[in-house]
Design a binder for this molecule. Structure first.
Ligand code: ZN
Length: 668
């Protein structure tokens, strides 16, 4: 599972100036590299890289190479014509013969940048297709003038026909979610009932260690209508890319920090070679149990948010290393995991008698790749398999150099002045939001996802299409509930009993109002994390209404969030946590569906318009992403790599073009 930064959170972090900079002052930290459409591209730095041992730097280097080699896989998973589209667009950008300042070319450049950001022609977050600001006639002419071939009919339709592959991942109830999703996780013509029946037949609900069916395969139809799984592996689907990943993982092995870590890498290679899901589970267990290594990585088919049925994993990789000083915070939380589990407001039948191996650390990312690039999570909790989490715990991280880059980028953007109700509340946010937002992420990742248990015999996928939303809701509520607990003061994680109010205010503001700026007028809320925030905020608003716990008030014609009773708000978070945990533990799909449909989906058009109008006056990009640093090997006179140099100069499109030329095993 991943935690992503709420847009309002990114903006509102602006004010936490006191915490703003512990980066190397010589590094150009957090600066804006590019700005287009609704996107701001930032640069992040990697504090501490230069201080690592040469062996660790080489380990990171080869893991980074393995990360970049998977880029094409994700592009193709996002859509079966995406790689063709990218080649066409990049060729035209390079070979264009006309005026590069003309409105048409600038519109084309914007579209190209959007497509690169989305790893395909759909928005990375809303999953809606981009609308080009240039005509088909201009495009076809420009290609022919540049001596380039005309695009395939599918690529043309992909760019110019808004109804063709309109949505990458469709979550709209009442439709066939597979047939109406443009992504390539299932073969053409495969329907949702077929997918559900296929996997229902495979699943043995009495198996206590079930593999994650469908995680690394595309379910396809043969010409005679039979369903077959085409597995992502060496010799299978995406083989050329997976071979390169494996080759670089092999090169990393001699530099592993321990035998245990070398074995983790070997097991991952075995998984890529066999495609065997039981091997993926044994790899995940070994990976979870290696908590001693400073350098760590994610590499594989991990998160399934891109699959409307939540089964197939999108390829991603993040290479990282532990930020020792900042990890103290999450270590304290982890060490006290059992206390938090025992005191949670959920029914004791749904609590874990023993919370095992919740490990947590603060890391700095060295590279972001696949589905974590250019937009990236700020926190990650893995593995996803419930039984592994129950038996072996999970690893949870907060990516500090990324949150730092967000924070650096958002200073003084006017957000708080526009949306926060009064000066005392703004002061509260100034003082405590950075730390409580980080703590929220820590609690969500370290404890929230790992807490609770299913009743015996309950299918972990019982909540079906609402599973992701309700799981994020559960983790967020766990974090919100404990942010206000005096235990955090006792543990030295906060120094003021009112500090939690900063995060409560921001959470309610975001869930009730400001996250709406990410939605186009007339559309519903679809993304799982956004639904979760709306569900929580609207539920507590409604349940607390008789006592005026939280109110939406008007000042000078503008809507503001006013919180009258923070303790009562905490109690409401606790009540909802108890209910969500019950739903999860019992697999109560109807109750889960009702909560999602009642609180998490619909948008009040008047409020939505107000938020968009007010937000538009600020010119803040609702979405942010990152360019990676560049790692260059330093060699001795015999050509041996002795060190790795990191630089932060590469710009957005040049990086994308370099990746397309140097790391594109599926297009060559
Ligand atoms: Zn989460």
């Amino acid at each position: 599972m991943k935690a992503i930064l709420a847009a309002a959170s990114a903006a509102i972090l602006a004010s936490a100036s006191a915490m703003a900079n512990n980066l190397d002052p010589n590094n150009p930290s957090g600066n804006t590299v590019d700005r287009f459409a609704d996107i701001q591209v930032l640069r992040y730095t990697v504090p501490g890289f230069n201080e690592l041992a040469p062996k660790q730097k080489l380990l990171i280097y080869y893991l980074t190479e393995a990360a970049l080699q998977g880029r094409d896989i994700l592009w193709d998973q996002n859509g079966r014509y995406n790689l063709q589209l990218r080649q066409t667009l990049e060729s035209l950008y390079r070979g264009y013969k006309g005026d590069r300042r003309s409105p048409e070319f600038l519109a084309f450049e914007k579209y190209l940048k959007q497509v690169e950001f989305g790893n395909g022609p759909h928005h990375h977050y809303s999953a809606d297709k981009f609308i080009p600001g240039f005509t088909r006639e201009w495009f076809d002419n420009a290609l022919s003038q540049a001596g380039l071939p005309a695009p395939s009919p599918e690529v043309s339709r992909l760019i110019f026909d808004p109804s063709f592959m309109a949505k990458r991942t469709n979550q709209a109830a009442g439709q066939d979610l597979i047939l109406t999703s443009a992504n390539n996780l299932y073969g053409p013509g495969v329907s949702q009932p077929e997918v559900e029946a296929y996997y229902a037949a495979l699943k043995d609900t009495t198996d206590l260690t079930p593999v994650s069916y469908g995680l690394n395969s595309r379910l396809e139809k043969t010409p005679d209508g039979k369903l077959v799984e085409n597995t992502y592996k060496v010799g299978g689907l995406y083989s050329p890319a997976i071979e390169r990943i494996v080759e670089n993982l092999r090169k990393a092995i001699p530099y592993a920090e321990s035998k245990a870590q070398a074995d983790v890498i070997r097991e991952l290679i075995k998984f890529y070679e066999t495609g065997d899901l039981a091997t993926f589970d044994s790899y995940s267990i070994m990976w979870t149990e290696d908590t001693a290594s400073q350098v760590d990585f994610i590499n594989g088919f991990i998160e399934s948010y891109g699959d409307p049925l939540g089964m197939t994993g999108n390829w991603e990789s993040i290479v990282n290393f532990k930020n020792e000083a900042a990890s103290h915070r999450t270590e304290v939380i982890s060490q006290n995991a059992q206390w938090f589990e025992d005191h949670s407001p959920v029914d004791s039948r749904f609590r874990k008698p023993q919370v095992k191996g919740v490990s947590a650390k603060v890391i700095n990312a060295a590279v972001l790749a696949g589905d974590s690039y250019p937009a990236t999570p700020i926190g990650i909790n893995l593995p996803n398999a419930n039984w592994i989490r129950a038996a072996h715990g999970s690893k949870s991280v907060t990516i500090e150099n990324i949150t730092q880059a967000y924070d650096d980028a958002s200073h003084g953007d006017g957000f708080n002045e526009e949306f926060v109700i009064d000066q005392p509340t703004r002061d509260l946010l100034d003082k405590y939001l950075f730390i409580t937002d980080n703590l929220h992420t820590d609690l969500h990742e370290c404890l929230g996802h790992g807490s609770g248990r299913l009743l015996p015999g309950v299918d972990p996928d019982a909540l079906k299409a609402h599973g992701s939303t309700l799981e994020e809701t559960r983790a967020d509520l766990f974090a919100l509930y404990y942010l206000a607990d005096p235990k955090l003061l006792e543990l030295g994680l906060l120094d003021n009993p009112d500090a939690y109010k900063a995060e409560y205010y921001k959470y309610m503001l975001n869930g009730l109002m400001t996250q709406l700026m990410r939605i186009e007028p007339g559309k519903d809320i679809e993304e799982a994390h956004m639904r979760n925030r709306a569900l929580i905020a609207r539920w507590v608003l409604e349940k607390g209404a008789p006592d005026k716990v939280v109110e939406m008030v008007k000042r000078d014609g503008k809507t503001f969030i006013q919180i009258n009773d923070y303790q009562a708000l905490r109690d409401l978070f606790g009540q909802l946590l108890a209910e969500i945990q019950r739903i999860k533990s019992e697999g109560d799909y109807p109750a889960g569906e009702k909560l999602v449909e009642e609180y998490a989906v619909k948008v009040d058009p008047a409020l939505h318009k107000e938020v968009l109008d007010r937000y538009a006056t600020l010119d803040i990009a609702p979405y942010k992403g990152f360019v990676n640093p560049v790692y260059t090997p330093v060699t001795d006179k015999d050509g041996n790599i002795t060190d790795i140099k990191v630089t932060y100069e590469e710009d957005y499109l040049p990086q994308m073009f370099r990746y397309s030329s140097d790391y594109s095993p599926l297009t060559k």
